[in-house]
Ligand binder design. Structure first.
Ligand code: NAD
Length: 378
């Protein structure tokens, strides 16, 4: 019989729902030694917390995260709050000896992130950060192909993450739902929110980045702040594009914006190697595009692999070959891998330390955007 792992979740928004769904499903599809139990959800508003607990099956609620950390019946704390709360909660959770699952980006900046890494490593508590795109089967397959040497030497990495939801100057900043536009809550704009995902995947697939050269822009300079009611300066980057050199010599380009009219969440990446290339697109997430120069000349061309076969990553646990799964399953896979790591007493990435590396790239990008100079990472 599986051992219970009591989850205390802080925040019940978009990610609160995605994670709760993953905790509820994981044991049905991945038989593991641990089974998550939805013990408590924490939200400042008790009515909202009660409604969320009833809808998702949490046994209890808390309205103060500090009280949640005091509870002995909570084994693992899941941080699903805006970015400015990650560090304070994670450091306190580590001191309380809790297992920690923290949303991305790890922190507001690398300095804060370093304190978080120190805290979890000193307390020796298992920890992970929700860079969930790693666990979309087609992305995991890309990792397996690169690690098996099928691309050979990597020359190029190209990533973008495009949205269009902040184009209106009437859109306020701050508060519930709009904290991403408020630098005090978010830390940065598209760099920490969207490019952090692209950077995590890139570091995982192609190794460490040595230096970057970035341009950033804030197109709408002032917006009404929802919490103060006043028109205030906008402190986030609305758009960011940067060049990067990997330590292995590969060259990269990254681009993200919330001003690409027509794009809602277009995350794509392409990797070009000596022997082969691959490409992936979040809008077609169950496919991996593959070009292999070793194919017979007359048959050479891009092929579109439908990553749904039983021998593709994670897929043997789902339906029958040919049937696709979706975005939410990346969270289920992350929980499954994390629980397996717990059972084997092995860290599962991205750990806080892995996520700190992404944070250091983000910091270098933002610094380069300000100075206009090439900037070393770390
Ligand atoms: N992994 C991903 O793909 C992904 C996607 C979206 C968001 N995120 C990250 O998840 C985190 C949350 O984002 P979201 O989209 O779910 O935001 P959201 O606005 O939908 O939810 C945030 C939640 O935090 C709660 N909260 C705020 N302050 C709190 C406090 N002091 N105590 C308790 N609860 C508090 C809010 O009430 C809300 O329920 C962010 O760090 C974000 O970057 C990750």
């Amino acid at each position: 019989m599986a051992k219970s792992l009591n989850i205390g979740m802080i925040g019940y928004g978009f990610m609160g729902r995605a994670h709760s769904n993953a905790y509820r499903k994981v044991s049905n599809f991945f038989p593991l030694k641990y089974q998550p139990v939805l013990k408590a959800v924490c939200a400042r508003n008790p009515e909202n917390a009660k409604a969320f607990a009833a809808q998702w099956g949490y046994e209890s609620i808390e309205t103060d995260w500090k009280q949640l950390l005091r509870r002995e019946d909570i084994d693992a704390v899941d941080i699903c709050t805006p970015n400015n709360l990650h560090a304070e909660i994670a450091i306190a959770a580590a001191k309380a000896g809790k297992i920690i699952l923290c949303e991305k980006p790890l922190a507001m900046n690398a300095k804060e992130g370093e304190k978080m890494v120190k805290a979890v490593e000193a307390a020796k508590v298992p920890n992970i950060v929700w860079y969930n795109y790693r666990r979309i089967p087609a992305v995991t397959l890309a990792k397996q192909l690169i690690d098996a040497g099928k691309l050979g030497r990597i020359f190029h990495y190209r990533a973008k993450f495009l949205q269009d939801w902040t184009i209106s100057p009437e859109l306020p900043q701050g508060g519930q739902g709009l904290w991403r536009l408020d630098s005090k809550a978010a830390g940065s704009g598209v760099t920490g929110d969207l490019l952090a995902h692209c950077i995590d995947t890139a570091l995982w697939l192609a190794g460490p980045i040595a230096n970057v050269s970035a341009m950033t822009e804030t197109f709408i300079k002032e917006r009404k702040h929802n919490l103060t009611g006043k028109v205030e300066k906008v402190g986030i980057d609305d758009a960011c594009a940067f060049l990067a050199r990997f330590k292995n010599g590969a060259l990269a380009t990254f681009e993200s914006t919330r001003y690409a009219r027509g794009h809602k969440a277009l995350y794509t990446f392409e990797v070009n190697g000596e022997k082969a290339s691959l490409a992936w697109d979040l809008h077609d997430l169950h496919r991996l595009q593959w070009f292999d120069h070793r194919d017979e000349g007359i048959l050479r061309g891009w092929r579109s692999i439908h990553v749904t076969d039983g021998d593709h990553p994670y897929m043997g646990k789902w339906w029958v070959p040919g049937l696709a799964i979706g975005y939410e399953h990346s969270f289920v896979h992350q929980v499954a891998d994390f629980l397996e790591g717990l059972a084997k007493n092995k860290p599962v990435g991205p750990t806080f330390r892995d996520a700190l590396e992404t944070q250091m790239v983000c910091d270098a990008v933002l610094k380069s955007g300000q100075t206009g100079k090439w900037t070393a990472v770390g």
